[in-house]
Design a protein around this ligand. Structure first.
Ligand SMILES: O=P(O)(O)OC[C@@H](O)[C@@H](O)c1c[nH]c2ccccc12
Length: 458
């Protein structure tokens, strides 16, 4: 008998007593949606788990106090806290869940082997906003009906699969959040490659995709982020950690950033911020996307500090650049003309330098500059005309610039941005005409572009 069967058999013996008593917990306030939170992320997010013990590892950290641990997780930036409520094999309880629910207000996952609606009632009453449904533990019919029941109560559902066959079963219920458990619940074998294997078959960008189990450090996160995971579910390594805050923060590695350029209206600025843009570009050079300093000042007020404001200039003079940067205010200057490195150093502000790429000689010009980001663009794009063409991405390599400083621009669209990310592995991608319809920015396209860029396998 596999361990999963053993756990499920034991679960069945507990259902009667759950049904016999009404759940009796202290109610807690509504939590933000995990799904929406994960869709807007700029770093890989962490679902941090309270896990005292497990059938594969035995006791992990029986002394850890759930409320203190949960508060530490939340303070370190966890997107969600997972509390194991299974008692016999994992030494958890609904009481743990409710205690944590009362202490933190972020999304909360009830981690259990759910086979019956009564468990969902308990999870909800104890304060969970997300439940786990394990495909391996359920028939198609059970999965569909438990999913429907949980969503009818307003809960998010993490649908857990281990392999491609289970994914095919999961997709039938149109899940919004899918987790790939790197641990095989039948053999306990853990293999991070499972995430990439399953990810290849996950093509719907509306699904948020999480990698679960066996994550010990940022190198592991990198492996699964490259496969497209937006979040990781981590238990044991955080439970055993001597420095939970530092270890949890180290897991939150950055995802491909997105710069949306040439925004002129509050509607589009808000759409970009909402969708998770990392940079917003204002064009101060002659262009149909040019805005006045006064307009930029107003738009800047809508942009939170974590989203960086970039001013785009072409052969402007030092004093004008400095003055505009100060009044808007701008976080970065993008030099899109024939500025020299000396000129950029003279301005002395955080900088992006754009290079129009026709051939290897063009990218090699980057070596003469010392800037924060090197933006490689197709000739004749953006305010210089909008060719809509991409350049030969294979040339970027010849620039010999660390990928953490590379931005790819030029002809990127909802349809090709994922390919650009996979090919170049840039720090960021830049888009302007690619999110316009008939020359005007389109909020739906902005959203789709950002989702595809961040969801792309690096
Ligand atoms: O402790 P780890 O290897 O970081 O794993 C955490 C979490 O993924 C794991 O506890 C888990 C994933 N799916 C489950 C289903 C039931 C019980 C436990 C789990």
């Amino acid at each position: 008998m596999t361990i999963l069967t053993k756990i499920i058999d034991h679960k069945k013996t507990e259902l009667d007593s759950l049904r016999a008593t009404e759940p009796n917990f202290i109610a807690t306030a509504k939590r933000p949606s995990l799904y929406e939170q994960l869709r807007q992320t700029t770093t890989v997010q962490v679902i941090a788990e309270m896990k005292r013990a497990s059938p594969s590892k035995g006791d992990i950290a029986t002394h850890v106090e759930p409320v203190e641990q949960a508060k530490t997780y939340a303070a370190a930036g966890a997107a969600c806290i997972s509390v194991l409520t299974e008692s016999k094999f994992f030494k958890g309880s609904f009481a743990d869940l409710n205690a944590v629910a009362r202490a933190v207000d972020i999304p909360l996952l009830c981690k259990d082997f759910i086979i019956d609606p009564v468990q969902i009632d308990y999870a909800k009453a104890a304060g969970a906003s997300v439940i786990l449904l394990i495909v391996a533990a359920l028939t198609d019919e059970e999965l569909a009906s438990l999913y429907a029941y949980a969503t009818s109560l307003g809960l998010d559902v993490l649908v857990e699969v281990h392999d491609v066959e289970e994914l095919a079963r999961a997709l039938k219920i149109n899940p919004k959040i899918v987790g790939v458990n790197n641990r095989n619940l039948k053999t306990f074998e853990v293999d991070l490659a499972q995430t990439a294997e399953v990810a290849q078959h996950l093509t719907n960008n509306d699904i948020v995709f999480i990698s679960e189990s066996g994550i010990w450090g940022p190198e592991d996160v990198e492996v699964v982020a490259k496969a497209g995971a937006r979040a990781v579910l981590v238990g044991e390594s955080l439970m055993r950690s001597d420095d939970v805050v530092a270890d949890l923060q180290a897991l939150q590695i950055p995802l491909t950033k997105v710069k949306v350029c040439g925004l002129k209206t509050s509607e589009h600025v808000e759409a970009a911020v909402q969708a998770g843009a990392d940079f917003i570009g204002f064009v101060f050079a002659p262009s149909k996307r040019r805005i006045s300093v006064e307009e930029a000042i107003e738009l800047a007020k809508l942009i939170p500090a974590n989203v960086k404001k970039v001013g785009v200039f072409v052969n402007e003079d030092v004093e004008t650049i400095r003055a505009i940067a100060k009044t808007v205010p701008l976080d970065y200057i993008q030099y899109h003309g024939d500025e020299t490195n000396d000129f950029i150093q003279q301005v002395g502000l955080p900088a992006l330098k754009a290079f129009s790429v026709r051939d290897a000689e063009d990218v090699k010009k980057a070596a003469a500059f010392n800037v924060d980001y090197y933006l490689f663009d197709a000739p004749g794009t953006d305010f210089r005309g909008g060719s809509g063409h991409t350049f030969d991405w294979s040339l970027v390599e010849e620039a010999n610039i660390p990928s953490s400083k590379v931005i790819v621009a030029g002809g990127l669209t909802v349809a090709n941005v994922a390919e650009a990310v996979q090919f170049v592995h840039p720090a960021a991608v830049d888009v302007s005409s690619g999110v316009e319809r008939d020359g005007i920015k389109d909020s739906t396209l902005i959203q789709a572009f950002i989702r595809n860029a961040k969801g792309a396998k690096q």
